[in-house]
Ligand binder design. Structure first.
Ligand SMILES: Cc1ncc(COP(=O)(O)O)c(C=O)c1O
Length: 344
């Protein structure tokens, strides 16, 4: 290891993103992407984009998108922060809301980037083990500077209850980021907590990567109290969203009907796949997302993962005592679902 690298970076493990195979024959159900294309307005925005404009820097405050998101969520642009994917929003939260002697909390299991973000920030992790069957469990008097809270959770797909979440945010003495990456696929959203009285510490985060079919674009955002949003705005890269992303995202956000239609198709396939797996003896956790967390009969998920992979069907496997008996399966098209069931 080179002596030039800081000790904390040398010691840390990098985040492992899901595989992005280039073979188009692969049935790709491993990274919770949307199987349907984005709105036709996205393709139109790309076609009509004037490349000559790329001479100039993009608008640095991302005002057009923040205004559109403010309109969608019924708030002001000062209550919206837009980032290069929600991963950037999360990273900025660890810088804006955590002192050098602070800590970062999150549930275990939840989004596996969170512990890596604590390592990058150079502060201790404060993982909280979820209860039986991955139900909410918060130790009395738990403290951290920042709590990153996937809701509905990933990789479990489980939604927490409104009173539980509300009470936690109210009592917690640091900032809570409710990561609603999958909320469009759920029956309920907690976006309103970002504006509720008594929630000066609560941010709600969304992404265009899942429900809007734009994982390749990289656009995520947080909504919440203007002082918290202002702090993130202060420390972001001056031009964190390139000009193309800004115009494509605006086009996608002008067509909510397209997103909702795709979400309904995915919810219907989710119900069908859950039933079909249960009929084959699988344990399937209730999902409010675009994936299932399911355990095959006998619980040897790794063997099923390998066997599916040999048939060019990619799903996600998280080894470990809590998650090792399960596979996380992204909801695909009906044809992909048929291929999966046939292979199983
Ligand atoms: C819970 C959760 N948050 C955030 C993200 C990342 O979203 P983005 O593509 O906006 O960076 C993911 C992606 O899988 C996720 O599962």
């Amino acid at each position: 290891m080179s002596a030039y690298i800081s000790k904390s970076v040398a010691a840390m493990e990098a985040y492992t993103p899901g595989e992005q195979p280039q073979d188009s024959e692969i049935v790709k159900l491993n990274t919770n992407e949307n199987p349907y294309p984005p709105s036709p307005r996205v393709a139109e925005a790309l076609r009509s984009f004037n490349a000559e404009r790329l001479r100039l820097y993009p608008e640095p405050r991302n005002l057009a998108i923040r205004s559109r998101l403010a309109e969608i969520h019924g708030c002001t642009p000062e209550q919206v922060f837009v980032g290069n994917g929600s991963d950037e929003v999360l990273a900025l939260a660890t810088r804006a809301f955590v002192e050098n002697d602070g800590t970062i909390g999150y549930f275990e299991p939840s989004y596996s980037l969170y512990p890596v973000l604590a390592d990058i920030r150079g502060v201790p992790r404060r993982p909280v083990e979820l209860g039986e069957d991955f139900a909410w469990r918060m130790p009395e008097g738990f403290r951290a500077s920042l709590f990153l809270l996937t809701c509905p959770n990933a990789p479990t797909g489980i939604q927490y209850s409104r009173p539980t979440l509300q009470a936690f945010c109210r009592a917690f003495d640091g900032v809570v980021v409710i990561d609603e990456a999958y909320a469009d696929f759920a029956a309920d959203s907690f976006m309103d907590l970002a504006f509720a009285p008594g929630h000066a510490n609560t941010l709600v985060m969304r992404t265009l990567s899942k429900s809007f079919s734009l994982a390749g674009l990289r656009l995520g955002y947080a909504v919440g109290p203007a002082p918290l949003i202002g702090a993130m705005q202060k420390i972001k890269d001056s031009y964190n969203l390139d000009m193309l992303s800004q115009s494509v995202a605006l086009a996608a956000l002008s067509d909510l009907a397209h997103m909702r239609t795709n979400v309904m198709r995915i919810q219907a396939t989710r119900a069908r796949l859950s039933d079909a797996l249960r009929k084959r003896g699988w344990k399937v956790l209730p999902s409010e997302t675009n994936f299932l967390f399911a355990s095959p009969p006998g619980g040897d998920a790794k063997a099923v993962f390998d066997a599916l992979r040999a048939r060019k069907i990619f799903v996600r496997y998280f080894p470990g005592p809590r998650t090792g008996a399960y596979l996380r399966i992204t909801i695909g098209t009906d044809a992909q679902t048929q291929a999966l069931l046939h292979a199983i």
